[in-house]
Design a binder for this molecule. Structure first.
Ligand code: ATP
Ligand code: MG
Length: 198
């Protein structure tokens, strides 16, 4: 984060846990838009969830750090966890602009979520703070979105964090759905075994 990078992607999410769908999306957008780096930004508490059912932020942050280790194009920012409280994208982008003066920010999110951007907090400010990039799965129609700077197809990754949590609870393998270090971390810390239900 200290290097003078100029085109920075930001992938916000709960990352409970981070999985290969997230990493494929970050990697694909990085390449498609020629970004210098994509930052994973784990939320503290989500506005639309009460927060009680997600793993503690420190665990989610650490799993993101493990997941991006070894790929210089990807990094993690603790900006939302350090700010605390409910995470709003307007605050994420405002803080990152302060930390990365001169950078162009590209906020990456699912195309379905992007369709609802006008409903986000301070939506009119958001488009001044960053460009918005929608990611879709191949085979899904690319929507026409006034709010989107670009839409990028991400290779078939049906994995979701919800599915990973269900698998862990059921004793099913997650080894190739999440990075190996993340699978090991989940096992070591006994995450999702029943403590944080959906
Ligand atoms: P959950 O199942 O708990 O909702 P999730 O897998 O959707 O979790 P999030 O942390 O909610 O993960 O997602 C963070 C961001 O990553 C969102 O913008 C979401 O659209 C995107 N994303 C999630 N899964 C994928 C995937 N498989 N491929 C591409 N993008 C994804
Ligand atoms: Mg989701």
């Amino acid at each position: 984060m200290s290097a003078p990078l100029s085109r920075i992607g930001v992938l916000g999410g709960t990352f409970d846990p981070v999985h290969h769908g997230h990493l494929a999306a970050a990697s694909e957008v990085c390449a498609a838009l020629g970004l210098d780096q994509v930052l994973l930004a784990p939320t503290n508490v989500q506005p639309f969830k009460d927060g009680f059912d997600s793993a503690p932020a420190e665990h989610r942050l650490e799993m993101c750090r493990l997941a991006v280790a070894g790929d210089e194009r990807l990094a993690v920012t603790p900006v939302d966890v350090e700010r605390g409280g409910i995470t709003y994208t307007v605050d994420t982008l405002t803080d990152l602009r302060g930390q990365l003066p001169g950078a162009e920010l590209y906020f990456i999110t699912g195309a379905d979520a992007l369709a609802r951007l006008p409903e986000w907090k301070d939506s009119e400010r958001l488009t001044e703070l960053a460009r918005f990039v929608g990611v879709t799965r191949p085979g899904h129609a690319l929507p026409q979105l006034d709010t989107a700077h670009a839409l990028v197809e991400v290779p078939a990754m049906a994995v979701s964090s919800t599915d990973v949590r269900r698998r862990v609870r059921a004793g099913a393998p997650v080894r190739y759905l999440v990075p190996r270090a993340v699978a090991d971390y989940i096992a070591q810390h006994d995450l999702y075994a029943g403590g944080w239900d959906d």
